[in-house]
Design a protein around this ligand. Sequence first.
Ligand code: ZN
Length: 151
Amino acid sequence: MKKLRARLALAAVLCAAGTLHLSAAAAPREIEITANDQMKFGVTAIEAKAGEQLKVVLKNIGTLPKEAMGHNWVLLKPGTDLNAFAMAAMTAKDTDYVPAAHKDKVVASTKVIGPKQTAEATFTVPAAGEYPFICSFPGHYMLMKGTLTVK
Ligand code: ZN
């Protein structure tokens, strides 16, 4: 363990000096977002850099059944009409409430999960901008929303 730590420290030094370039296969940065029975996301603001790999892990910490209180996490392009998206999502149960007609506005999304379940979405952070994210389960987006700010 000590040896590994020393090696990591060395790698950090080399990296700072610009002599070591880590490959693009670097592990994505993980962000855990909880969702609960009160229709709240545990994280409503995320900051990221364009080109960065992000892994969003959605964790349903509620107890109500999926049919009544399921949650997902849907990241949308800047300027997306959230109201229109959420309206269309209401009838898109078969596709985890991601409506096919609005798929071009989706940057990343998870499936819908029930209590004690987790789901993830790994993606490359797009160009700078303000990307809204919501839970598109019927009736949730007014409370379950946030923003990914890309710089
Ligand atoms: Zn929800």
